[in-house]
Design a protein around this ligand. Sequence first.
Ligand code: GLN
Length: 321
Amino acid sequence: MATPRLRRELEQALENVRHRTEGEASSYLSDVSDEQVDALGAAICDTDGVVTTAGDCDHVFPLQSVSKAFAYAVTLQEIGLEEVLAHVGVEPSGDAFNQPSLRRDGRPFNPLINAGAILTHGLIPGGTDGAREELLLATFSALAGEELEVDEEVYAAEAERADLNLSLAHLLAAEGVLPDDPREVVRGYLRQCSINVTAPQLAVMGATLAGGGVNPRTGDRVLDEGVVTQTLSVMMTCGMYDASGQWVAEVGLPAKSGVSGALVGVVPGVMGLTAYSPRLDSQGNSVRGIQLFEELSEQWDLHLLRHREPLAGLREARGER
Ligand code: GLN
C-alpha cells in the first residue's frame, strides 16, 4: 500500500540531492529538442504493484545502457543461458563501457559493456533488425506493463555518434561471433538504447525483476525466475560500468545506469527503485542518482550484504527450526 511516509521520505531524499548540479549531460542530449538537463525524478514500484513517485515523473527519457540489462534478460529468455554464455561472459571488465574489451577466448567480458551488449542484441532471435526490435519492444512493454516506443529523435542523435559502437561490432564480426551484419546490429542496438520510459515505468520494470519475473501491475509472468537471477547477478557485478565495485560496497543492490541519467536498482522480493537526473560523473553515472541510492540504501537498510540472521534454508539444513 502506498504510504504517505514512504512518499515523504522519497521526496526528502530527492531534495537532499537537488543541490548537486555538477557534471555534464551526455552529448546526445544537445540534439534532443526537449532537453532538460536539470530534471530530477524518482519512483518506486513494490512487488504488490504499488507505485510511489517524487519529482519529474512525467518526463520521458531513453533507457540508454539501462536497456542492456533488460535486453540480456530477453536474450536469456529466448535462447537460454547456455547459448548466451557461449557468446558473452559474466565477468566485470574494469574498463569504461565503450572499450573494446574482449576476453582471451574472443567473448566480450559481460553483456553490460557495449561490446557485450551489441552481441547480446544480435543474439535476439528473429533474423532481421525489425524482428529483433519487435520482440524487444513487446517484452520491454510487458516488463513495464505499458506500451513503450523508440524515440526517433534520440535514435537519430545516437546514429550520428555511432563510430565507436560500429568499430566494436566490426571487431566482433572479425572474431566471427556476430550473427548478423555489424551495421544492422548496431542500428538495432542503438534503437534499443533509444526506447523511452518515465521513472515510474522503469520502476515497474525493476519491480518485475524484484518479483522474480512477474509484473506486479499486470500479474503477467514475463521472465523465468532463473533468467531473473542471472540478470540480477550480472547487474550486481557489472551494472555501474567501471564503478561497479564501489557501488556494491556502498549501495549493495543490483542496478543499471545509462548515459541519459537513468538508474534502476532492484531489491529482490521487495521493489524496483529508479532515479532520473541527466548530469553524469566521469564514469557516466548520474551524480544525483548515485547519491540518492546511497542515502536510501542507508536509510532503508537495503544493502543486500549487510549482516543478517542465517537464512531459513541454511537453518533447516543444520537441523535448526
Ligand atoms: N547509446 C549509448 C552507447 O552505446 C549508451 C551508452 C550508455 O548509456 N552508457 O554509446
